[in-house]
Write a protein that binds this ligand. Structure first.
Ligand code: HEC
Ligand code: HEC
Ligand code: HEC
Ligand code: HEC
Ligand code: HEC
Ligand code: HEC
Ligand code: HEC
Ligand code: HEC
Ligand code: HEC
Ligand code: HEC
Length: 297
């Protein structure tokens, strides 16, 4: 019986502390005026949520004391919060989806870049996701060097607006990938079945092939390509194709040496002969082949 009474007392106390979003209108007309467009308005519109999950107070906490004595210290004022507190306040509701992105261990979270650095609840200038700026500009505010990578002669057209960072990255984080021995995830998003995001658009490059070029699967596309932009055609890491290939196929055995003279050396791949320098004129299916172990077709 006592427990029930205490419970009732606690309930009525907290119910009293919450005064409803209408009460904020008088003094915060600016914020209120636009709030009907906010996805968080749904809780007010439906009227089905508990007070602590409804409208203004779902983020700013119970408003009674604040309405009586308006000040930053009587309300949850995000301008006063530490980044960890912002994270927790938002994850109270957004935990499920964002934990799937491993948000607490993302490089952003670990470097104190949290929700309110990228999202603007009340003043978002873009139509989607309450972003603080349009996405590309948002990312460039902190990643200046990446802008120049996307201005190189060969590049994915991000600056032109045909693609965005989130086609390849999840800014909320990501799990260890299955390529590159699970190292350096770089918050790179994953396509279906834990593959590199590149395969969302270039699916034919990963097969499955009867004859795989092992490095495509093991080291990933970045073994040979610069994902953002490059001085070299095809976004390659090296200006001349054979220098790229020779990083791995680097003369073990007889490879690449002058063919003449010694019986065990093949006459092919004489690097002094220009014919052999353009590796992909013969090994055309460089990403893998269904018919030839040397990727000729
Ligand atoms: C009687 C007027 C009044 C009412 C009602 C009122 N506020 Fe305020 N509020 C203020 C004033 C004045 C300030 C500025 C305090 C300061 O700058 O020190 C303020 C500050 C705030 C801040 C902090 C802003 C910042 O800079 O971080 C938040 C958040 C806030 N109010 C939310 C609410 C919410 C939510 C409600 C409704 C539950 C509400 N207020 C109701 C007058 C009011
Ligand atoms: C989803 C969480 C959330 C909800 C719901 C919410 N706010 Fe805010 N509010 C914030 C955050 C975060 C900030 C800090 C500024 C920012 O990031 O946009 C903020 C800032 C403010 C400020 C400071 C002035 C400003 O514009 O920065 C006031 C006042 C305020 N909110 C009032 C309200 C009122 C009134 C409501 C209901 C109509 C409301 N808030 C609903 C999260 C919320
Ligand atoms: C009380 C629960 C709750 C809290 C706290 C909360 N949100 Fe939300 N949020 C929601 C709901 C519900 C939606 C609407 C989802 C929908 O449209 O189906 C939403 C939508 C959003 C969206 C837009 C998604 C879209 O598809 O456009 C963003 C961005 C967002 N929230 C960010 C935040 C941030 C940042 C905070 C912390 C300042 C926060 N939320 C706090 C419940 C919450
Ligand atoms: C580094 C910037 C950044 C940070 C930090 C960030 N977000 Fe986002 N968020 C984005 C971008 C960009 C999108 C749009 C994604 C897209 O276009 O697909 C987004 C989308 C969303 C969405 C809607 C789509 C979805 O993925 O569910 C929600 C909800 C959301 N963010 C909530 C949050 C919350 C809550 C936090 C903090 C716990 C947070 N975000 C931290 C950049 C960020
Ligand atoms: C085509 C896919 C793709 C797009 C689009 C993309 N990235 Fe990347 N990004 C990657 C990959 C893959 C890596 C990992 C490269 C590595 O580790 O070798 C990476 C690495 C990074 C890194 C860490 C390494 C570094 O160079 O500092 C940052 C920061 C980054 N990207 C930011 C961005 C931003 C900001 C955008 C949008 C303006 C963007 N990326 C668009 C694929 C992409
Ligand atoms: C408020 C500043 C800020 C904003 C905005 C921001 N970042 Fe970052 N980002 C950082 C910091 C700090 C780091 C960690 C240090 C580093 O690697 O440079 C980081 C790291 C990264 C990394 C490398 C991850 C790794 O594990 O090495 C990628 C990729 C990235 N950000 C992408 C993005 C994208 C995409 C956006 C836009 C949606 C974005 N960032 C917006 C500050 C920011
Ligand atoms: C959202 C779709 C998309 C994603 C994801 C994507 N790409 Fe691309 N990629 C394109 C398009 C479209 C082009 C054509 C070039 C243009 O935009 O002008 C292209 C061009 C290229 C080229 C140069 C082709 C040429 O003919 O010069 C390479 C190499 C490449 N991508 C590799 C990658 C790698 C590696 C990744 C992952 C890190 C990736 N792409 C992710 C869409 C994508
Ligand atoms: C072993 C090095 C290597 C790896 C790993 C690699 N590529 Fe390539 N890729 C090349 C070379 C070399 C070319 C240029 C072929 C040519 O010029 O004929 C190329 C060309 C391309 C092209 C443009 C021309 C075309 O054939 O459509 C795309 C797109 C591409 N690669 C995507 C990818 C993707 C996606 C991955 C990861 C799944 C990947 N590459 C992994 C070496 C590689
Ligand atoms: C990052 C390392 C790496 C790079 C760069 C690379 N390869 Fe490979 N390549 C491999 C590995 C590993 C195998 C598998 C070797 C094995 O199974 O013994 C392989 C296999 C091959 C094969 C099949 C024959 C065989 O020995 O199995 C050919 C042909 C080949 N590579 C050509 C090329 C060409 C041409 C390039 C340049 C466009 C290139 N490779 C770039 C690592 C690489
Ligand atoms: C003129 C056509 C041609 C060119 C150009 C060419 N190859 Fe080959 N490559 C072949 C032939 C034919 C074989 C099969 C040799 C055999 O049967 O042993 C082969 C086999 C290979 C093999 C597997 C066997 C081995 O010796 O390890 C690798 C790896 C290889 N080539 C890499 C390269 C690289 C790297 C380049 C560029 C520097 C290149 N190839 C240029 C025709 C060519």
């Amino acid at each position: 019986m006592r427990v029930v009474l205490l419970l009732l007392a606690a309930l009525s106390l907290s119910a009293q502390n919450y005064i409803g979003s209408n009460a904020c209108k008088v003094c915060h007309a600016d914020v209120w005026k636009n709030f009907y467009k906010n996805p968080h308005f749904k809780s007010i519109a439906s009227g089905k949520e508990e007070p602590k999950n409804t409208g203004c107070e779902s983020c700013h906490g119970p408003g009674q004391a604040h309405a009586k004595l308006p000040s930053k210290s009587t309300i949850v004022a995000f301008s006063e919060l530490k980044s960890k507190q912002v994270l927790d306040a938002c994850l109270r509701c957004h935990n499920e989806a964002l934990s799937r992105a491993n948000i607490r261990r993302s490089s952003h979270t670990l470097n104190d870049v949290v929700c309110s650095n990228c999202h603007s609840i009340h003043k978002s200038p873009v139509p989607k996701f309450l972003l603080a700026r349009n996405q590309t500009d948002l990312c460039y505010t902190c990643h200046q060097n990446v802008r120049s990578q996307f201005s190189m002669p060969f590049k994915h057209r991000v600056n032109e607006g045909f693609m965005s960072c989130t086609d390849c990255h999840n800014p909320h984080g990501g799990f260890a990938p299955t390529w590159r021995m699970a190292s350096r995830p770089r918050m790179v998003d994953q396509a279906l079945a834990n593959e590199e995001p590149c395969l969302k658009c270039h699916s034919e490059k990963r097969g499955p092939f009867v004859f795989e070029h092992a490095t495509v699967r093991v080291d990933g596309c970045e073994g040979c390509h610069q994902p953002h932009g490059s001085m070299n055609s095809r976004l390659l890491r090296r200006p001349v194709v054979f220098t790229l290939c020779l990083e791995c196929h680097n003369g073990a055995g007889n490879f690449g040496r002058q063919g003449a003279g010694v019986a065990t050396q093949t006459p092919t791949h004489n690097m002094a002969d220009p014919r052999y320098q353009n590796c992909t004129t013969c090994h055309v299916r460089i990403h893998g082949s269904n018919s030839d172990p040397f990727f000729f077709r």
